[in-house]
Design a protein around this ligand. Structure first.
Ligand code: NAD
Ligand code: 2YH
Length: 270
């Protein structure tokens, strides 16, 4: 299980602003509007309680603070409990929290204690990053071959990649999959109507989704110049040199985009 580190979060404030603007440029709507549209929900001034959790690897520096920053950046109300764990849960509920955010080493959950809805970070992250590709407007890819616009390469079909893949298929994309684990790849091509990416017979793409814990997973031959890469994977799947050489637009941020997706999943219907 890849745990976030304080270092992963040190530039998240800038990254959140940059990525929100980028999402608007690509899709025509900002992150908040996009999440509301994905889930058909709306924020109705629910108060969000963030509980630091000491279990397992313990408190991660900047984690709760980054969640609070995300909430406030998007104009919502929230607080971090002074106490941790069960005492923090009691504090959050008695202080009037409608939604609880908390994470241990395995699960980062949002629980709306008014309507009972619960969201999982890995699922919601996969959904929102894959939706960025689905919603990127064709005009963004000036002069591109129209056959490439619906094709997506999905790399890393784990706990984030799988819900992303399911969403891409449900949204009508023609998906090619790659995972470094041959057993995962075999299972996925058997289960879903998708093609396997064969590194021996490279293909190039305008739209790439990536969710692995490895750097540099995007090979040059996978890229059509001007491609959009939507990747929650940490560290980033592409280095600066390749990004510049192929003019790749990269959506990547370590925590806030997935958190917004979780919150909108647990809000009430619009
Ligand atoms: P996971 O372990 O469940 O899945 C990762 C998948 O990637 C596995 O199937 C693995 O075989 C595959 N893989 C590993 N190395 C590869 C490589 N070099 N090439 C191709 N495939 C490779 O992990 P996960 O929970 O799905 O998380 C994936 C990444 O997303 C992690 O880096 C995690 O920290 C990150 N993440 C980010 C956010 C965010 O908000 N940005 C949220 C959740 C997870
Ligand atoms: O980073 C994690 C895990 N990988 C689960 C999240 C899935 N993307 N957990 C964060 C732990 C936070 C810590 N317990 C705290 O500071 O409260």
């Amino acid at each position: 299980m890849a745990l976030l580190t304080p270092d992963d979060l040190k530039n998240m404030k800038n990254a959140l602003v940059r990525n929100d603007r980028l999402i608007e440029k690509l899709t025509g709507t900002d992150l908040k509007t996009m999440c509301a549209d994905i889930y058909g929900t709306a924020w109705r001034h629910e108060k969000i309680g963030i509980i630091p959790i000491t279990a397992g690897g313990g408190i991660i520096g900047r984690f709760s603070e980054s969640l609070l920053h995300t909430i406030r950046h998007f104009g919502m109300e929230g607080f971090i409990t002074e106490k941790t764990d069960v005492a923090g849960y009691y504090e959050a509920v008695t202080a009037g929290a409608d939604i609880i955010l908390m994470a241990d080493d395995y699960t980062f959950a949002a629980h709306n204690i008014r309507n009972g809805k619960i969201a999982h970070n890995q699922i919601c992250t996969g959904i929102v990053y894959s939706e960025v590709l689905v919603r990127t407007r064709d005009e963004f890819f000036k002069g591109a071959d129209s056959g490439s616009l619906n094709r997506v390469l999905a790399i890393g079909i784990g706990k984030v990649g799988r819900p992303a893949l399911e969403n891409l298929i449900a949204r009508g994309c023609d998906v090619c999959v790659y995972d470094a684990d041959p057993a995962v790849l075999d299972r996925i091509v058997e289960e879903f109507d998708v093609r396997r990416y064969d590194p021996e017979k490279p293909q190039s793409f305008l739209k790439i989704f990536e969710a692995t814990p490895c750097a540099d997973t995007i090979r040059e031959e996978m890229l059509i110049p001007g491609a959009v890469l939507s990747t929650p994977g940490i560290p980033c799947a592409i280095g600066k040199e390749k990004r510049v050489k192929y003019n790749v637009t990269t959506v990547q941020e370590p925590l806030g985009i997935g958190t917004m997706s979780m919150l909108y999943q647990v809000f009430d219907k619009a």
